[in-house]
Design a protein. Structure first.
Lengths: 368, 242, 300
């Protein structure tokens, strides 16, 4: 028994004297709980929606006010014509459009019913459903108010339409996210591990004391993973098309180019990680904790960014995956061309160049 | 069973698949002897040693260490022997005192005994000033000497040393061997492997393994006569080269 | 001069690994850096192969300055770091091909240089490097370091942890390489290997104790060493340690190397003393100093 206790004592010494294990034991759980607590939510907050009001009468104005006043929705813009609805969704600025029919008030009084279309972007089927339900709830509540002193009830009839994903297939949400994660995993983590393995084995020393230039070593390390990542991307797209019957509405060529851009940014991150890791273990930890987890939580892949607190939303802006997911979803599900995603592409490009520059600068040509 | 023989090995064999790492070796070691166990890398030394200290199960043959059977009584063997290897000896992130206390506890010493031993050890090795320093910060020579002392903390009958002086400076090496002599003089049997051929000369008897078999076993003096060699290094070369 | 080192010092955090080191290596010389672990050998090697920058002092290799001309040095030296870093999952041949290509040459081009060594591992050329024995890894690592016919060869503890037979063979290979006009700087903790070098530097705790040819170093040992033997080594050591006139008492194989503090030392006195301690078969003879004796004397 004494032996056992002596052994336990020793284990505590090891733990408390190793900065890294302290970080894992205390730092990470706290960070994770905060992250999960704030990020994971299926509620919606401040979702951007647009309004197309054909009536512009008192009733519609009241409904619009109620919606605007609720914490769930933010009215981002007013749409003028029906024809604009498609492009508003393509631009990705709003998640839903409420389309009030002409003569809304008049119809209520005359026929006791009026319709409003709730058109939601169902590339994120869960959110789409939630939005739909919440709007409905607001409408119902207003309807009740209206009917307080009236004998024949008014009916506000909501017509729900889901665009891009009418059957609300969750695979539509799932595939772009998984593709992003796999590309990031293969590119960033494998690259960083490969470079740090050379450091661990000591062969990096020999490579340094040789004519091969450091940038050749980096490119050399990265090259195989570009190929592998592209193959991965192709396989995923093929699988989703043929097995999950997921459409690729937009240009495959554009999809390919954007994917290569993202892959390069992930590779650059991998190189960056390797410049601050001495061992493969460290590289893997940083890749998983520093890249994978934030990507899963904060890229908007599963949990809506708009529902997260301000600080997390800001952080999500610097995660390349977030922009890439918008791009992929746009191309695959909405069929957009470059004109709708040029902003995101530019951001991704700038980030990539920045990461490459940083990792080249940090790459050590000596052992210290 | 002869009470004077602390290690008795007969036809001990270890096979990995169809590769024979240790090929039916037979030898004895007497109490208080300093026994040198030599051989090239890959000759089977480490594998043989692992069987004797009870962490590897032999394929066939017989052996007893400190009177206990290597097949059935490995737990008793471990309680009665000390072990020190070059690769690992002490915990770098524990202090000198903490290491001594830990290993004392592992071997089941009472708290009083540990304190006693700890004070004696620290005094004898001149480590008073660094008793509360992390072992990782000590020079290699001090670490080796401390870890040897720790391996003896429970007064084992036999101590197994696996290349204990690798990389250590020549003065410390000799101080180390003086500690070995002292232990042997007090009745502890020392079973040691080394790559320093001059250290082979310090042993009472030496065995040399080649390709899993023991090709020579005798006192250094007799081996030099047998192989017409000036020193143990030449004995080794002649034997290994054939 | 092939390698020059002038007042090099290097510290890591609080530890001073190298303290004001200076020496030179002539072209085609086989120069040994002799000292135990922690002496600073690897640090010095890394500074000379441009992997580290010294805090003080400067150094040149093949005429190039180690900090400013590091690229030229990296193109022209051969380096074998400790623990023979090889690609474990590449075969012998693949490793060799890789290093040849990196240096812009082929195995065939400089084959005559590595032939003597390579023939010993050629039978295993399709075996993965990770599965080779210590001695074979050593030979392969040497071939990889030589494949581009470097002007200067840096070998950091190439024989550590390898059995005596392989060690001997390795040094024989080095001697043959020397004849091909390559400067070789080797580090080793084994004192007996020091005798095989043209010149050696004894190093301990970051300081150089002495530099000279092995013969000269040994000749300058200040005292006369005596081989002392008796029936019981342990008691002999103890008795000698208790003898009031001793200067140094070091076991050396079957003997003890003993030096006395007096200039007019008479061995007979010692014999009488030892026999009075109940030691028998006492033998005392003059003997030559070895590198190890000198090292210990200087390191005291």
């Amino acid at each position: 028994m004494k032996r056992f206790i002596g052994f336990i004592k020793k284990e505590f010494f090891h733990i408390f004297r190793d900065r890294r294990s302290l970080f894992i034991l205390f730092g990470m759980p706290i960070a994770q709980i905060l992250l999960f607590g704030f990020a994971i939510t299926n509620e919606i907050n401040n979702v951007d929606i647009a309004i197309l009001d054909h009536s512009k009468d008192a009733t519609t104005k009241e409904i619009i006010n109620k919606i605007s006043a609720s914490k769930y929705f933010t009215i981002k813009q007013m749409v003028v014509r029906e024809a604009d609805i498609a492009s508003v969704f393509k631009k990705g600025q709003v998640k839903a459009v409420l389309n009030f029919e002409k003569d809304f008030s008049k119809n209520l009084i005359k026929d006791n019913k009026a319709t409003v279309q709730i058109i939601t972007d169902a590339t994120d089927p869960n959110i789409a459903n939630t939005i739909s339900n919440y709007v409905n709830a607001i409408l119902q509540k207003y309807q009740k108010e209206l009917n307080k002193d009236i004998t024949i009830a008014y009916q506000i009839i909501p017509e729900t339409r889901m665009v891009y994903n009418p059957e609300l297939k969750s695979v539509y949400m799932f595939v772009p996210g998984v593709m992003t994660i796999i590309l990031m995993l293969v590119s960033a983590m494998m690259t960083s591990i490969s470079i740090t393995r050379e450091k661990e084995l000591g062969t990096m020393e020999i490579l340094l004391v040789s004519p091969i230039k450091p940038f050749q070593v980096i490119i050399g390390k990265v090259f195989p993973y570009i190929f592998l990542s592209i193959i991965n991307a192709v396989v995923i797209v093929m699988l989703s098309i043929f097995i999950f019957n997921m459409p690729v509405q937009g240009s495959l060529f554009l999809l390919g180019i954007e994917s290569v851009l993202f892959i390069i940014s992930a590779l650059a991150l991998g190189i960056l990680i390797s410049t601050i890791s001495e061992t493969q273990q460290t590289a893997m930890m940083i890749s998983l904790m520093g890249l994978m987890l934030p990507v899963i939580l904060l890229s908007g892949f599963i949990f809506p960014i708009s529902s997260m607190p301000e600080p997390l939303q800001i952080i999500s802006h610097i995660i390349p995956a977030k922009w890439f997911i918008i791009i992929i979803k746009g191309i695959m599900l909405k069929g957009v061309g470059i004109q709708f995603i040029w902003k995101e592409t530019l951001i991704l490009l700038v980030m990539t160049v920045f990461f490459i520059g940083l990792s080249v600068k940090k790459y050590k040509i000596r052992l210290e | 069973m002869n009470n004077n023989k602390v290690i008795q090995v007969e036809g001990l064999t270890k096979m990995f698949g169809d590769f024979t790492a240790v090929d039916a070796i037979t030898f004895d070691v007497e109490k208080g002897e300093i026994f040198g166990f030599l051989g090239a890398n890959g000759a089977g030394k480490t594998t043989a040693m692992k069987m004797l200290i009870g962490i590897s199960k032999p394929t066939s043959g017989r052996a007893t260490v400190a009177g206990f059977d290597v097949f059935t009584n490995t737990e008793d063997i471990k309680k009665n022997i000390g072990y020190m290897s070059q690769k690992f000896a002490l915990y770098d992130d524990l202090t000198v005192k903490e290491n001594i206390t830990f290993f004392g506890g592992i071997y089941g010493l009472s708290r009083k005994k540990i304190k006693e031993k700890s004070d004696t050890l620290i005094e004898e090795l001149g480590l008073k000033k660094v008793a509360n320093t992390l072992v990782g910060a000590l020079p290699l020579g001090w670490k080796q000497k401390l870890s040897f002392s720790v391996s003896l903390i429970h007064d084992p009958k036999i101590v197994f040393l696996d290349e204990p002086t690798g990389g250590v400076d020549p003065i410390t090496r000799r101080q180390f061997w003086e500690m070995i002599y002292k232990a042997a003089n007090q009745g502890t049997t020392v079973f040691v492997t080394t790559h320093y051929m001059d250290e082979a000369e310090y042993c009472d008897r030496v065995s040399i393994m080649v390709n899993g078999k023991i090709e020579a076993l005798d006192t250094p003096k007799k081996l030099k006569e047998q192989f017409e060699a000036a020193n143990m290094n030449d004995v080794f070369l002649k034997l290994a080269r054939g | 001069m092939s390698i020059t080192v002038s007042n090099i010092s290097k510290s890591y955090k609080k530890v001073k690994a190298l303290k004001d080191i200076s020496f030179e290596v002539k072209p085609a010389e086989l120069f040994g850096l002799i000292g135990p672990d922690g002496a600073g050998k690897t640090t010095l090697f890394r500074i000379l192969t441009t992997l580290l920058i010294a805090n003080e002092g400067n150094a040149t290799v093949a005429g190039y300055e180690v900090v400013t001309d590091y690229k030229k040095i990296r193109n022209s030296v051969g380096y074998m770091p400790g623990k023979f870093s090889l690609y474990q999952d590449l075969t012998v041949e693949e490793n060799l091909n890789f290093f040849a290509t990196i240096f812009g040459t082929t195995i065939e081009e400089n084959y005559d240089l590595i032939k003597d060594i390579y023939v010993q591992i050629e039978p295993f050329k399709n075996r993965r490097a990770g599965k080779l024995s210590g001695g074979m890894k050593q030979k392969l690592a040497l071939c990889c370091a030589l494949i581009h016919k470097p002007k200067v060869l840096f070998l950091d503890e190439p024989t550590t942890g390898v059995d005596p037979v392989s060690r001997k063979e390795f040094w024989e290979m080095l001697k043959r390489l020397q004849q091909k006009d390559i400067t070789i700087l080797v580090s080793t903790p084994y004192m007996d290997e020091a005798a095989l070098c043209d010149r050696i530097a004894l190093i301990q705790d970051g300081k150089i104790l002495q530099i000279d040819t092995p013969e000269a170093i040994v000749k300058h040992y200040p005292k006369q060493i005596y081989n002392v033997r008796a029936n019981n080594m342990y008691q002999l050591i103890n008795s000698l340690n208790e003898y009031e006139h001793n200067h140094s008492v070091y076991p050396f194989g079957e003997f003890v190397h003993y030096t006395d503090s007096r200039t007019d030392f008479n061995p007979e006195d010692l014999k009488v003393y030892l026999e009075s301690k109940n030691l028998t078969i006492v033998e005392i003879e003059k003997t030559e100093a070895t590198i190890e004796d000198t090292f210990m004397e200087l390191a005291k």
